[in-house]
Write a protein that binds this ligand. Sequence first.
Ligand code: ZN
Length: 138
Amino acid sequence: MTQYRKPVPMPDHVTAEFWSATKRHELLIQRCRDCGSHQFFPQSCCRACLSERSGWLRATGKGKIYSYTVVHRPPSQRFQDDVPYTVALVELDEGVRMLSNIVGIEAHKVRVDMAVEVVFEHISPEISLPKFRPAETS
Ligand code: ZN
C-alpha cells in the first residue's frame, strides 16, 4: 500500500468503538438507551434528550443520497489525484445522515435519492473509511 497522505481520523474515547467497527467492515451508529434516537457522528450524549446512556446499533449500510457536490478544485495538493470526486450527505436507512464520498461511479452520474451502500477503504492498519457506492439492485 502506498503511503496515505490525506487527513486521517483520530479516534478518541467516544469514537473508538466506531472506528474499531469499520476495521471489521461494520458501520455503527449510536442508539440512545433512554429515548431511542439514532445519531451520527458519535457524541458523548444524545442530541435529542442529553442522556449519556448510548449504545451501538449496527447499521445496514444502506441508504440514499440526500445531497452531494462534486469537487473539481482540490482543497489541498494531497487531493490533487482525486478530482473530480463526490462528497455526499448520505441518509442511512436508520435515519441519520453521514458525510462521505461516493465511489464506483463517475461523478457526473451521481443523483439525489440514488440508492447507495457502504464500502470500506482500508487506509492504514488502524483506520478504514466508510464510503458509499451505488447499491446493487436485486
Ligand atoms: Zn436520547
